[in-house]
Design a protein around this ligand. Structure first.
Ligand code: SF4
Length: 122
C-alpha cells in the first residue's frame, strides 16, 4: 500500500511517501527529520488527534468552557471523548491549563481547560 502523509509536526509540512504492507516493512521517503518518520508511521497505523471540545459550565456568563487534551489521543476514541465531555458539567472558577481529568479515557492524556473563567466572565 502507498500513502502520502503531510507531516504536521512543524511548519515545513513535508510530504512523506509511505510504501508498506506491514509496520515493520514500511519504506519512507520525503521526510525532513526523524520526527516525520514517527508521525508518518503513527498516521498509517495508529492515527492520533488532539481532542478539542467544550463543557457546560455554570456561574459564568459563558455557557461552555473550551477544553482540549494535552496531547493527541487515538483517532478512533474521538467520538467516545465527545460523549464523555457532553456528560460533564463544571462550575467557575477554572484556570486555563487546569487539569479536569487525568488519564482521559485511559489514554494517559489529560483533559485540560483551554480558558480561564471566573464568575461573571463574558
Ligand atoms: S518531517 Fe521533520 S522537518 Fe518535515 S514537517 Fe515533519 S517535523 Fe518538520
Amino acid at each position: 500500500m502507498k500513502k502520502i502523509v503531510t507531516c504536521t509536526v512543524c511548519p515545513n509540512g513535508c510530504e512523506i511517501q509511505v510504501d508498506y504492507t506491514t509496520k515493520e516493512d514500511a519504506v519512507l521517503n520525503g521526510y525532513g527529520c526523524k520526527r516525520g518518520i514517527t508521525y508518518a508511521i503513527d498516521e498509517c497505523f495508529e492515527p492520533k488527534r488532539t481532542f478539542t471540545s467544550s463543557i457546560k459550565i455554570s456561574g459564568s456568563d459563558r455557557r461552555a468552557l473550551p477544553v482540549r487534551t494535552d496531547k493527541p489521543i487515538p483517532k478512533d476514541l474521538i467520538m467516545k471523548a465527545a460523549e464523555a465531555v457532553s456528560a460533564m458539567e463544571l462550575k467557575v472558577p477554572v484556570k486555563c491549563g487546569e487539569v479536569l481529568k487525568e488519564n482521559f479515557l485511559d489514554t494517559e492524556a489529560k483533559l485540560v481547560s483551554a480558558m480561564t473563567l471566573e464568575g461573571g466572565d463574558k
